[in-house]
Design a protein around this ligand. Structure first.
Ligand code: GLC
Length: 421
C-alpha cells in the first residue's frame, strides 16, 4: 500500500515537472549582424535550461529587406515553421496581422519599456511585439587621426566632407593608400533608406512622408542633401560603398581604413574589442547637421521579438520572446554587444553606461531620432522605402540628377498611395 502511493506520487510529480505545458520545441530567428548571433544562441540556451523547452535557431539574412521578404513568405502562407520572429521597428504595420497579442503573457512588463516603442509595437490594439533593442544612426570617427591633423569633430556634413577629404589625402601621402574618408550604407536596401533619411532630414528636407501622410520628399533641401551625398562616392568614399551594408562599412572602418563611419551602436563594442586594430581610437558623435541651420538627425531603428499567430505552442514561444527581451538579457546585450536597451531603468545602470559612454552622452540623438514613415504609410511602408532607396541610389550612383529623381519618386509614391495609405 505504502509502496504504491510512493510510486503514484512519483508519477504525479514527474507530470507536474513537465508542467501544464509539456516540453515544447519552438523555432526562433537569430540575427547574423556582428555579435548578435552568439548572444542569441547563449540566451536561447539559458531559456532551454530554465524551462525544459528546446528552441531551433534559424539564422536570417543580414539585410533587413531580405529578412522581410523571408518573413512575408513564411507568415503569408500561414506556415508555423517559425514561432518567434525578430522584427524591425518599421514592420508592426506590415506583419501585425500575422502576430500574436503578447499582452496575455507579458504581465505588464511592457510598462518598463520606452512608451513610444510600445505604441509603435501596438497594432490594432494588440501588443504584437516586445522591444528587444533600440537603434539610432551614429557617427564614428578616428579620434587619433583627427588629433594628429588638428581637426575638430565635424558638426555639419560640409565640415565632415572637408575633414574626410583632407585626412584621407594626408594619410595616403603618409603611406596608407587604402585610406578612405567616410564609409556608410549605400546599397539599394533598407539601410540606405536610413542613411538617406538622415541626410535629408538633417538639411531640413523632412522625412519622406509626414505624420499626416503627405508626400514631402520632393523639395530643394532634399535635393541639396542628395547632391552632396552623390559627391562623396569615389571621392571620400570607395565606389564599392554603393553595395555596402552595415558589416561592409564596419569591416573597412575597423581595419583602420576610414576616418569616419556612419553606423549603429552595435559597431562600438566590436571596434573596442580586444582584437580590434582601432581599439581605444574611436570617437562617437551625432550624425552631422545639414549646414549651420540644419539639425542632427540619426535614424531611428531597432528590433523587437514577436510571436507568430500560427505557432503551435504560443505559450512557449511567448515565454522565449519575453526572456529574450527581459531586463537581464538587455543588460547583458548592452554590455557585451552595445545594443541600446529599451528598458528605461537600464539607462541609469552603471555597468551599462561604463561599457557604452555614448548611451549617456548622446541621449538627444536617441530621443530625437528621425523615424522612417512606417506609421503614416502602414502596410505600404515597404513599397515606399523601396521606391525611396532606389531613387536615392540612382542619384548617388550618378544615374540621375537629384531634382529629376525626386520628382519621379514623388510620382511613384503618389501611385502607391492612391487616395490613402
Ligand atoms: C538596423 C536598424 C533597423 C534598420 C536596419 C537597416 O538594424 O536597427 O531598424 O532597418 O538597420 O539596415
Amino acid at each position: 500500500m505504502k509502496m504504491r502511493s510512493v510510486l503514484l506520487g512519483t508519477v504525479f510529480a514527474a507530470a507536474g515537472a513537465l508542467g501544464s505545458a509539456s516540453a515544447a520545441e519552438v523555432a526562433v530567428t537569430c540575427d547574423t549582424v556582428g555579435q548578435a548571433h552568439d548572444l542569441c544562441v547563449k540566451a536561447v540556451q539559458e531559456w532551454e535550461a530554465k524551462t525544459g523547452h528546446t528552441a531551433k535557431i534559424v539564422s536570417v539574412p543580414q539585410s533587413a529587406t531580405e529578412r522581410l521578404a523571408l518573413y512575408q513568405q513564411i507568415l503569408g502562407s500561414g506556415s508555423n515553421d517559425i514561432d518567434v520572429f525578430q522584427i524591425d521597428v518599421i514592420w508592426p504595420g506590415i506583419l501585425g496581422s500575422h502576430l500574436l497579442d503578447l499582452k496575455p503573457y507579458s504581465k505588464g512588463v511592457e510598462n518598463e519599456h520606452f512608451k513610444p516603442i510600445i505604441e509603435n509595437n501596438t497594432y490594432k490594439g494588440k501588443l504584437v511585439a516586445m522591444p528587444f533593442y533600440t537603434d539610432a544612426g551614429l557617427m564614428f570617427y578616428r579620434k587619433d587621426l583627427l588629433e594628429k591633423y588638428g581637426k575638430s569633430v565635424p558638426t555639419t556634413w560640409e565640415e565632415l566632407t572637408a575633414t574626410a577629404k583632407d585626412v584621407q589625402a594626408k594619410e595616403r601621402a603618409a603611406g596608407n593608400d587604402k585610406m578612405w574618408g567616410f564609409v556608410y550604407q549605400a546599397k539599394a536596401y533598407e539601410g540606405l533608406t536610413c542613411d538617406a533619411i538622415e541626410w535629408i532630414d538633417s538639411f531640413g528636407g523632412g522625412d519622406i512622408v509626414n505624420a499626416e501622410g503627405d508626400i514631402t520628399v520632393n523639395n530643394p533641401k532634399a535635393a541639396e542633401a542628395l547632391t552632396l551625398a552623390a559627391s562623396w562616392v569615389g571621392d571620400i568614399a570607395p565606389e564599392g560603398v554603393l553595395n555596402y551594408m552595415e558589416e561592409d562599412a564596419r569591416g573597412v572602418f575597423q581595419s583602420g581604413n576610414s576616418v569616419f563611419m556612419r553606423n549603429w551602436p552595435y559597431a562600438w563594442s566590436l571596434g573596442q574589442g580586444a582584437d580590434s586594430p582601432i581599439k581605444g581610437k574611436i570617437g562617437v558623435t551625432a550624425v552631422p547637421k545639414g549646414g549651420a541651420d540644419g539639425k542632427a538627425s540619426g535614424a531611428l531603428g531597432g528590433w523587437q521579438m514577436a510571436v507568430s499567430k500560427y505557432s503551435k505552442d504560443p505559450e512557449a514561444a511567448a515565454s522565449l520572446a519575453l526572456w529574450l527581451t527581459s531586463k537581464e538579457q538587455q543588460k547583458n546585450n548592452a554590455i557585451e554587444g552595445s545594443y541600446n536597451p529599451t528598458i528605461t531603468a537600464l539607462y541609469d545602470d552603471k555597468d551599462v553606461l561604463a561599457a557604452n559612454p555614448f548611451m549617456g552622452d548622446l541621449k538627444a540623438t536617441f530621443t530625437n531620432a528621425v523615424a522612417r514613415p512606417s506609421r503614416a504609410t502602414g502596410a505600404n511602408y515597404n513599397k515606399v522605402s523601396n521606391a525611396f532607396y532606389n531613387a536615392v541610389h540612382n542619384v548617388i550612383s550618378g544615374k540621375s540628377e537629384a531634382d529629376a529623381s525626386l520628382a519621379k519618386l514623388e510620382k511613384d509614391l503618389k501611385r502607391i498611395k492612391r487616395k490613402a495609405w
